[in-house]
Design a protein around this ligand. Structure first.
Ligand code: KG4
Ligand code: ZN
Length: 340
């Protein structure tokens, strides 16, 4: 059974073909033009999805050496995300469904990230801990099965990726800030400035990153009112990166210890961070926990993770459930999110 998956929740237009948990193709087109605006412009994002989607779906079918006539079901991201962007993917899926008489599996984008580590690591056993860290979300999940998991902690303000992006903006580095900070930090001293690690000892699994950007702002205003010099920039980047990573690692490892899980999986754009991967690897080894991070192509927004999860749902839920096309798109942030 081949599944065509579509993902358009933010600024990546993506389509993938999945069969028996294997990714036959995964085409991702990123809307780089947003960088000149310092962030994603929702209206422009949905227009760009509209222009790209037909081509991206065709490319996914071609790369998988198949055609729409060999597809048995469509999977599509319906929440959370930018509403205009979600509507493009969702309505495209409904259109294909009507034309080719195919069931549509609506998928929650965060759920896609939660299970994305399993795409390349079939050995992962339930239950496990999944840390989803992206530009819009920072959340820890205790995952019991493909249909059952608990949200055990989340950010109470900014997401970790937002902290990278907002700090990079303060430093005049551009958007998205995470990869730029990651790169500059490689030649910096992470102990140069001791930025706050908010809530690191709060005893729960929640996070807070909004104070970090304020601390960076005050630090720059006090010490470099004329602008941060080039020689200091790597040190600030390394110190900011360490402050973010320290909290993520501590809380995720604590949760894996508390729930006695063998596996700890990270996902989402921020999980591409080199210090994060290295620190998790080291800490997990110390605690005898197996740390898994997907390849970068499954960390960033991608349709493969949407199709991978849809296939599991199709195996566990009656197909008739997916013949209804009255599902809607929802833009909810994680704080208000209901997962089903
Ligand atoms: O999951 P994603 O592609 O999109 C969503 O937000 O859903 O994540 C994008 C976020 C941005 O905030 C970006 O700065 C961050 O991931 N990011 C990184 C790195 N690569 C991407 N943050 C830190 N280090 C990186 N190498
Ligand atoms: Zn995402």
């Amino acid at each position: 059974m081949k599944i065509l998956a579509i993902e358009t929740s933010c600024d990546e237009t993506s389509a993938a073909i999945i069969e028996n948990s294997q990714i036959l193709s995964n085409i991702v087109s990123s809307q780089y033009f947003h960088s000149k605006y310092g962030g994603v412009v929702p209206e422009l994002a949905s227009r760009a999805h509209l222009q790209a989607i037909i081509d991206i779906v065709k490319k996914a079918l071609e790369a998988a050496k198949t055609t729409i006539f060999n597809i048995s079901a469509i999977a599509v991201t319906t929440q959370p995300g930018l509403i205009g962007s979600l509507i493009v993917g969702s309505n495209f899926a409904k259109g294909l469904s009507l034309r080719y008489n195919l069931p549509v599996v609506p998928i929650n984008h965060i759920e896609g990230h939660i299970y994305s580590g399993m795409i390349e690591n079939a050995e992962i056993d339930f239950p496990f801990i999944s840390l989803v860290v992206s530009g819009g979300h920072t959340a820890l999940f205790y995952v019991k099965s493909f249909l059952d998991y608990e949200l055990i902690g989340t950010t109470i303000d900014d997401a970790a990726g937002e902290a990278f992006d907002k700090t990079a903006k303060l430093l005049g580095l551009g958007y998205p800030g995470g990869p730029l900070i990651d790169k500059l930090a490689k030649s910096g001293n992470p102990d140069f400035i001791n930025f706050p690690r908010a809530m690191i000892n709060s005893g729960d699994y929640n996070f807070s990153f909004s104070g970090l950007k304020t601390a960076v702002k005050y630090y720059i205003e006090k010490n470099y009112p004329e602008g941060v010099s080039e020689d200091v920039m790597p040190h600030i980047c390394a110190s900011v990166q360490k402050a973010i990573v320290d909290v993520l690692v501590k809380k995720a490892i604590d949760s894996a210890n508390f729930y006695s899980t063998k596996y700890l999986v990270v996902a989402g754009g921020v999980s591409a961070n080199s210090l994060l991967r290295k620190s998790f690897e080291e800490e997990a080894t110390k605690h005898k926990i197996k740390f898994i991070a997907p390849s970068i192509s499954y960390c960033i927004d991608n349709a493969a993770m949407i199709g991978f999860l849809a296939e599991k749902k199709l195996m566990n839920i009656a197909h008739d459930e997916f013949k209804r096309l009255d599902f809607t798109t929802k833009a909810y942030t994680l704080k208000k999110l209901s997962f089903n």
